[in-house]
Write a protein that binds this ligand. Structure first.
Ligand code: UGY
Ligand code: MN
Length: 265
């Protein structure tokens, strides 16, 4: 059996390996949360993209104030930039991408990421193919605060800090903790058996991609088995809890709106 993995799946093997004959899927779309599993992903063309496709996992149609999508690049792919007025974060899952900003070309490989503020003028392409996850949000400016700057980084080199003092649950923050940033993207790392210490219930919404491992995710009043490659949307105030299971550690990439007054859109 082919193992689905966020870092290794291609659309070709996913169609065959994940074929469901009995109408079964772990995908579940609810009012305050959604679990979206790779067997139910649908690729669609996107205006301005060439030799690439997208899976739009989360957008305002599901109730979110942001969009989260996977870019799937074939050879010689180029992708349309973020919408005017939006900033975005691109995280590479597989293969390699190239980001041209003015005269400088940045090579992005697995685990690298780029934050592109609304002012960034860039071209994203891939010569030999790859996959990336993107979060994109209309920017919410604060009067008197400078716009955020372009950030290009590597997630593997980011420090890991204990969450609420638990050394078995470590967080890595991809973006600086500065008021100019109106969203945060973090990686949560769990040793097997470790779990969130409380059922979080908060005003921020989340978009999440399981990067490795798996476990049980509580969303609202439901408990779901989750694994690498799954996507989750959590609306504001969705009660949430995760416990990691299995022989290896688990991690997920997680977006949240951040740093803004909750009465501002
Ligand atoms: O940052 C967070 O809110 C994060 N701890 N939530 C989560 O992992 N579901
Ligand atoms: Mn949370």
């Amino acid at each position: 059996m082919v193992q689905y993995n966020a870092y290794s799946c291609t659309p070709e093997i996913s169609y065959n390996a994940l074929m469901q004959h009995f109408g079964f899927t772990r995908t579940s779309v609810q009012r305050e949360h959604s679990l979206l599993t790779p067997d139910s992903f649908i690729r669609a063309p996107f205006p301005g993209d060439q030799n690439g496709t997208r899976v739009v996992h989360i957008n305002p149609a599901i109730g979110a104030g942001f969009t989260m999508f996977t870019l799937e690049a074939a050879s010689n792919a180029t992708f349309a930039p973020a919408l005017d007025g939006c900033s975005s974060l691109i995280f590479i899952l597989e293969g390699a991408f190239s980001l041209q900003i003015a005269k400088k070309k940045h090579s992005l490989k697995v685990g690298d990421y780029a934050f592109l503020p609304l002012t960034a003028d860039y071209t994203l392409s891939s010569k030999n193919g790859g996959r990336a996850i993107v979060f994109e949000k209309p920017y919410n400016a604060i009067a008197g605060t400078n716009l955020p700057e372009i950030i290009i980084g590597n997630s593997q080199s980011l420090p890991k800090n204990p969450v609420l003092g638990d050394p078995r649950v470590l967080v890595q923050t991809l973006l600086p903790d500065q008021p100019s940033f109106d969203f945060a993207v973090n990686i949560m790392n769990f040793e097997t058996g470790a779990h969130l210490s409380l059922v979080e219930t908060h005003v921020m919404e989340h978009g999440l991609l399981m990067l490795s491992g798996g476990g049980i995710y509580r969303l609202g009043n439901d408990w779901y088995p989750v694994q690498t490659g799954d996507v989750i949307y959590m609306a504001p105030y969705c009660p949430q809890w995760f416990g990691a299971l299995g022989s290896a550690s688990s991690s997920y990439l997680i977006y949240k709106d951040w740093n803004r007054h909750s009465l501002e859109s």
